[in-house]
Design a protein around this ligand. Structure first.
Ligand SMILES: Cc1cc2nc3c(=O)[nH]c(=O)nc-3n(C[C@H](O)[C@H](O)[C@H](O)COP(=O)(O)O)c2cc1C
Ligand code: SF4
Ligand code: SF4
Length: 288
């Protein structure tokens, strides 16, 4: 059997996961390449099926030590594999990836995929932007490409081992070794954010505010909101749920969107005080 299609799928409000997913997919030459961006709610309304001869590269950011809870149902219910090989990965903002990658591997296995390699990349924190600032950088992109190419070489080798031919992307009946990643399965509780004084930071209901003097009324924030929660007619109004993903803040061309919730700001300061040590990417390469 040959891998005929590679799909790079990602949820990426501030763009880091997207960069890495694309770098990995584009490192592999040959099969047809498709992108599935499920950052916006409209893309999460559809179901996506994957065949035996597909390879899915799937990335999500870690939120509170796990996969983002409002996006988890999409991963569980809308993606269906058929013994499809996959490369799951997470991005984390230099604090901790917690159970994020173990949760993604677990969900992939539950939905018909065969995760064969995985990674947790340290990337710029969406709101504590001093952390892993500027990452993924060139070195991180090289790590990502090497992981994808390593998997690709193993796919070819598997084809040779099982007599499936030597053509690029040839995948025979040889089994990949069971992938073991760090974290618990099923995943443990979510991380509880703290303030600078060590007390719990309570900002579940916080929403972004708008500096109306700076706002040029371009509507970008409403278009990029991962929850579709900003009113396009009046962008100062956020009637829907806010998951603090920072898409509106990051993509606003006028720097007019921000959070002023005291507990949220205290948590950001706490992270930027105590999590400054550079974190390494953690890679679980493919083993035959
Ligand atoms: C609501 C929220 C919670 C987060 N929780 C964590 C966390 O528990 N650990 C961590 O290291 N980074 C955490 N991050 C940082 C993101 O994982 C990181 O910024 C990631 O690069 C965002 O991916 P994106 O650029 O594709 O949106 C969090 C970010 C947000 C917005
Ligand atoms: S309003 Fe909340 S959910 Fe929507 S883009 Fe902004 S931070 Fe994300
Ligand atoms: S993206 Fe910024 S400038 Fe554009 S409408 Fe939203 S707040 Fe205003």
């Amino acid at each position: 059997m040959e891998i005929r299609r590679i799909v790079a799928a990602y949820f990426s409000p501030t763009g880091n996961t997207e960069k890495l997913a694309k770098a990995m997919a584009q490192a592999i030459a040959g099969p047809k390449l498709e992108f599935l961006d499920f950052t916006r709610p409209d893309a999460r309304g559809a179901n996506y099926e994957f065949a035996k001869d597909d390879l899915l590269i799937i990335g999500l950011p870690v939120y509170a030590g796990r996969l983002p809870n409002k996006i988890l149902p999409f991963v569980q219910n809308n993606l269906k594999g058929d013994g499809t090989l996959s490369l799951p990965f997470v991005c984390f903002g230099n604090r901790d990836f917690g159970d994020g990658i173990s949760e993604l591997v677990y969900e992939q296995r539950n939905t018909g995929f065969r995760p064969a390699a995985a990674a947790a990349f340290a990337t710029q924190h969406a709101f504590a932007t001093e952390l892993a600032h500027g990452r993924p950088n060139d070195e991180d992109i090289e790590d990502a490409k090497a992981l994808a190419l390593g998997l690709w070489e193993a796919v070819q080798k598997a084809g040779e081992v099982s007599g499936g031919g030597k053509s690029p992307g040839s995948l025979g009946t040889a089994e990949f070794a069971e992938l073991t990643v760090d974290g618990s399965t099923p995943p443990g509780p979510y991380y509880r954010p703290l303030r600078t004084d060590g007390e719990p930071a309570v900002f579940l209901k916080a929403k972004p505010v708008t500096d109306t003097d700076k706002c040029v009324r371009c509507g970008t924030c409403a278009r990029v909101c991962s929850m579709g929660s900003i009113d396009p007619e009046d962008v100062t109004s956020v009637p829907g749920i806010c998951i603090k993903c920072q898409a509106c803040v990051t993509h606003c061309p006028a720097g007019a969107k921000y959070f002023d919730n005291p507990d949220f700001l205290s948590h950001k300061e706490m992270l930027e005080t105590y999590y400054t040590d550079k974190k390494q990417n953690v890679i679980w390469p493919c083993k035959l």
